[in-house]
Each structure stands twice: as C-alpha cells, then as structure tokens.
Design a protein around this ligand. Structure first.
Ligand SMILES: *Cc1c(COP(=O)(O)O)cnc(C)c1O
Length: 387
C-alpha cells in the first residue's frame, strides 16, 4: 500500500550544500545568513523590510505586539485557519472574534466583515486589527479589506503561511500594499522550508524595528535607543520585555536556497492541480475555484464533497482514503470549536459557512514531488471511496 502524505518538503543538493557551509562556518546563529535571507525575502515580496524568526507563530505574536495589541483590545480573524492565527492575539491578552468565510475561496468574507464592522461601530466595539489568512495559498480580497481598514481604522495582518509565491492583482503576496504586516511560515509542509521558521514583512520601518527588538529579548546595542550612556564595548540595554524568537543561520541558509526554487515549486503545484482537475472530472465534488484577481501558490488542494449526491458520509470517505494509504487531511475545523475557545464562550452555529466547509472539505496530497502514479492512485481511491 502506498503512503502518500498530504504535503512534504523538497530538499535539493544545493540546499544540503548551503546548510553544510554554515555548519563549517564561524556562526551557527546571529551570523550573515539571516540578514541575507531577510534581504532575499524582502526582494522577492517587493517589501521594504523582512524580519526572520523561528516560526510563523512567533512572527504573528510579534506582529500583534508591534501593532500595540494588548489587553482590552479586540482582534478579528477567520475560523478556517490553524490555531496559531488566533492564539497570537491571546498571547497579547486581547480578545479574539471570528468572521465567517466565503464558501468558494474559504477566505474571510469581506461582506461579513463589513456587516460586523457596522454593528461594532454602533456598539463602540471596533477591532484594533484583523488577521486575514490566504487559505490554501489563494490571497484574500485585499483591496476591499484595505478599504474597510481605512474606513473603520483597524490594522491588517496577512497570515500568508500558505501563500509565499502567490500573487494578488499581479503583485507578490508580502508586498504589504494593503496591510501593515505579512507573515510567512517555513514549516516543512509549507511552500518553502527552513525546518521551522517564519518571516514578517512590512513597509513600515518602526514596525520592523519593534519586531527586531522583541525577537531578541528587547535588547538593543544601538546607542540611539538607549536610556544610559554606553560604559564600554560590552554594553547593551534591555529596554523592553522581549523573547528569543531568533532564526538560526542554519535555517536561514536553507531558506535562501529554497527561495531560489520557489517559482519552480509553484509551477509544479499548478501542474498537479491541473492534473487533479482532469482526474476528478465528473465526480460529485467541488474542485478549487480561483478568483480572477489572484494567482494561488496551491499550498493545499481542497475538494468539497457534494454530500447530497454521495452515499458515504464525509468521515467515511475520509477514513476510506486514509485506509488506502493516502494522507488526506482536514484544513481546518473551525478554530472556535476547539475546547480552549469553547471555554471562552464560542459554540456551534457561530459561523455557518465555516462549519459547512469543515463538514465537506478534504485536502488531497499536494507537493512538488507528487508523481503521476501517486496522483492516479489518489484519484482511483477517491472514485472508490465515493461510489
Ligand atoms: C502553519 C501555519 C501557521 C503556523 O506556522 P508555524 O511556522 O508552524 O508557526 C500559522 N498560520 C497558518 C495559516 C498556518 O498554516
């Protein structure tokens, strides 16, 4: 029986060479590879600044802190995301709320967002920030969300953990044209990897400086930021309570090498998506839909079962695929139905589209090295699981 995961990394000989070079060099961390990677990511994204950290979760936390999110604030996000998107708000002591999704893109609904903003304005409960997630690698309707952020005065963070290499209106995700900060993840299942790692991009130099300060204990070596006079070469000051969220040079070297392969990876993902369209024709499932403003990175290939036309219920189809060696997954259960968020007062029925999505969605295997034989196996198994 095959064992086909839903996602996995591609590591080239050049990647191995890049990591080996760092291992033989003077600096395993806090050396030259991290700034070089930051520069490469900023260049790719057409952003002014990139701040590398040890995970996207850390980047999300720093993004919230840099924007001043704190106790008493409200931050809104989508329920169809990984828990980290909401948790970063809780790390800051602020309250999270959820906006339902658009059923054809699985992204936050700009229409629902506007409705909730109108009501929140009347009640004087507007959010400090909204975190949008480019689900599966397809960018959200950023122009509309940006217009709302100007009208209602909230910050925008893009959780682009799925979406490096994607484009919105012909420009690369991460350029922050319509947001304050964009966050990427480099976990091995994502588009490019550093093992663990993340980056935050921004065009705002103050936000970049705050994130840099907080990723390394709140310690500065810049005399301009100090309260006292440097008393010698050893002198530094801790001016805020920060963290150790640093990326290592080992990771950054891998990241720079992976970034060079990004367009090749995205191209392969698109070829695989086209092949799925061909193989799944005629099945009672909805295939991914792409908004004309977007070019997806195809981090995930999510199908939705037309459950009224299929005898087997969703969990049975899912298990059937798993039993056939196919590592299908569900991205995601609505975050607010996790026990931690239920304990904060959320319950079933809060975001009907998100719940309907979770009851029908299946992520099929999608990664650059997925070969034609494996893809055929996935399609055959799906045909059988549905009939
Ligand atoms: C993977 C992921 C994260 C967390 O990324 P890490 O780098 O593992 O911390 C956050 N948000 C989304 C949408 C993700 O898919």
């Amino acid at each position: 029986m095959p064992n086909i995961p839903y996602g996995r990394q591609h590591i080239s000989e050049d990647d191995i060479k890049a990591v080996t070079e760092v291992l033989k060099s003077d600096f395993l961390t806090q050396g030259p590879a991290v700034p070089a990677f930051e520069k490469a990511v900023a260049h790719h994204c057409q952003a002014e600044h990139a701040v590398a950290v040890n995970s996207a979760t850390s980047a999300l936390h720093l993004a919230c802190l840099a924007l001043g999110v704190s106790k008493g604030d409200r931050v809104w996000t989508t329920p169809i995301t990984f828990v980290a998107t909401a948790n970063c708000v809780r790390y800051c002591g602020a309250d999270v709320d959820f906006i339902d999704i658009e059923p054809n893109t699985f992204n936050i609904s700009a229409g629902q967002l506007e409705t909730k903003l109108k009501q929140a304005k009347i009640e004087n409960r507007l959010p400090k920030a909204v975190i949008v997630v480019h689900m599966c690698g397809q960018p959200c309707e950023m122009a509309g969300i940006n217009a709302l952020s100007n009208q209602y005065g909230f910050h925008v963070i893009e959780d682009a953990s799925h979406a490096i290499g994607s484009e919105y209106q012909g420009l690369p995700t991460g350029n922050c044209r319509y947001s304050d900060i964009t966050v990427f993840s480099f976990h091995p299942v994502k588009i490019i990897t550093t093992g663990e790692g993340g980056v935050a991009t921004t065009n705002n130099p103050e936000l970049a400086a705050r994130m840099r300060l907080l990723r390394s204990h709140g310690v500065t070596r810049d005399p301009a930021e100090m309260q006292g006079e440097p008393t010698g070469g050893w002198y530094y000051e801790q001016i805020e309570l920060g963290f150790n969220y640093r990326m290592t040079d080992i990771q950054a070297a891998l990241g720079s090498s992976q970034l060079k392969q990004l367009s090749g990876f995205i191209h392969k993902r698109h070829t695989i998506a086209e092949q799925y369209t061909e193989l799944l024709k005629g099945l009672p499932v909805e295939l991914p839909w792409t908004h004309p403003d977007t070019y997806s990175s195809f981090h995930l290939y999510v199908i939705r079962l037309k459950t009224d036309k299929i005898k087997n219920p969703h969990p049975t189809v899912f298990q059937n695929l798993r039993d056939n060696g196919i590592g299908v997954n569900l991205h995601y259960m609505p975050v607010y139905l996790q026990p931690y968020y239920r304990n904060l007062g959320f319950a079933e029925g809060y975001c009907p589209q998100a719940e309907q999505y979770s009851a029908t969605a299946i992520s099929l295997p999608m990664y650059p090295d997925l070969d034609a034989v494996s893809q055929q196996h996935v399609a055959d198994a799906l045909h059988k699981a549905i009939d």
